[in-house]
Design a protein around this ligand. Structure first.
Ligand SMILES: *Cc1c(COP(=O)(O)O)cnc(C)c1O
Length: 375
């Protein structure tokens, strides 16, 4: 049996009857850039999250970059984020001209450690970007309180956590600005690149609308210098077809995660993901939407190879922490800077995770992993 890491083909086959007319309508109306499909999706996505404004942009990275620009955070500013994240979080800070400052993660959620955040704040800190890694919301209660006290902005990187809750609030809706990616493999994925910035403040939302479209308030009237970072009509139509399924898909991911964890608990030596309760979790509202199901195992690379030999495709998120990447060597971090992040980079292994996983596939992964651990 072969188990892919993600399977977007099965999802497409299930959606095809709704998807083709939606795409056809955009093409027939030639609403390719922005337009009514984008407006409709922005409206629906904002309503889904419980925020006042959503602005479609070209990617999750752009969402983070434009969020910083809208807050006038750039040259001379420090922005704190997690060392344990995808490179794009730091890349966006650099794009805005600010300096990324990293902090280590918590041992159970793998998310930003609020105590470390507090220690990292300096007179130059203007914002913190907590990342809801793997689909689990960070400790936003603590992070928001620390940020408020320090007078710094909060930009949520919700690129892996579409639909996740912290208490009664959805990921992305709690900070000053929330950022989403619609990269195809994300929990809500387009058929190409896409992203969204969400906010409750109408002024911030208006600024982002201008920034994403060459800084124009009306055609050929450029009040500020902007960027070309718009969501395509076709991508908006695709996302509009998918959005009504998101909560069901997330529930399925959580079910697969529970099945994995139950089976893997019987095998020694595997650390399974933990759903952390910060005292705010609400029954029926998922605080972890399992964008990724990440276990920790000793001799990870050998286990990964053994799984591949058994037809099980896995991933590593992430093998080299950002502070050890040569592209960010200029920041002066070295090995030992963030011990937990570094340890997890050596041990983390992402098992196949997508809503359409079958029971048989989950069982095959667990059986294969048991075999790999013994070998
Ligand atoms: C995917 C992702 C991004 C970037 O999104 P793109 O749409 O690929 O630019 C940023 N941060 C995190 C945590 C991500 O997983």
């Amino acid at each position: 049996m072969n188990v892919p890491f993600v399977d977007l083909k099965t999802q497409y086959a299930n959606l095809r009857d709704d998807m083709m007319p939606a795409i056809d309508s955009v093409c027939a109306g030639s609403r390719f850039i922005l337009g009514d499909d984008v407006k409709q999706f922005e409206h629906d996505f904002a309503a889904y999250l419980g925020v006042k404004h959503a602005i479609g942009v070209a990617s999750g990275t752009d969402a983070l970059h434009l969020a910083l620009r809208a807050l006038d955070i750039g040259e001379g500013a420090e922005v704190i984020t997690a060392a344990n994240t995808f490179i794009a979080t730091a890349g966006a800070i650099w794009q805005a001209g600010a300096r990324p400052v990293f902090v280590d993660c918590e041992p159970e959620s793998y998310n930003m450690d609020p105590a470390a955040l507090k220690k990292a704040i300096t007179g130059k800190t203007r914002a913190v970007i907590p990342v809801h890694l793997y689909g689990q919301t960070a400790n936003m209660t603590a992070i928001l309180a620390i940020a408020r006290e320090a007078g710094i902005r909060v930009i949520e990187d919700a690129c892996q956590a579409h639909g996740a809750y912290h208490g009664n609030a959805r990921a992305g809706s709690m900070g000053d600005i929330g950022c989403f990616s619609f990269y195809p493999g994300k929990n809500l994925g387009a058929y190409g690149d896409g992203g969204a910035v969400v906010a409750n403040d109408p002024e911030l939302a208006a600024k982002i609308r201008v920034l994403r479209d060459h800084g124009q308030t009306e055609k050929y009237r450029h009040m500020v210098k902007g960027f070309n970072s718009r969501l395509d009509g076709i991508q908006a139509a695709v996302l509009g077809v998918k959005l009504p399924h998101l909560d069901i898909w997330n529930a399925k991911r959580a079910e697969h995660a529970a099945a994995y964890s139950e089976a893997l608990a019987k095998i020694g030596g595997i650390v399974v993901p933990k759903v952390v309760d910060y005292g705010v979790n609400v029954r029926g509202k998922l605080s972890h939407v399992f964008h990724l199901y990440v276990v920790r195992v000793p001799k990870r690379d050998r286990v990964k190879e053994a799984l591949a030999a058994a037809g099980v495709q896995t991933g590593i998120h992430y093998p080299i922490p950002i502070h050890l990447q040569s592209s960010f060597a200029e920041l002066g971090y070295g090995k030992g800077g963030f011990p937990l992040t570094e340890k997890y980079a050596d041990e983390a292994l992402s098992l196949p995770m997508f809503p359409e996983l079958s029971r048989e596939q989950v069982a095959h992964v667990c059986r294969s992993l048991a075999g790999a651990m013994k070998a």
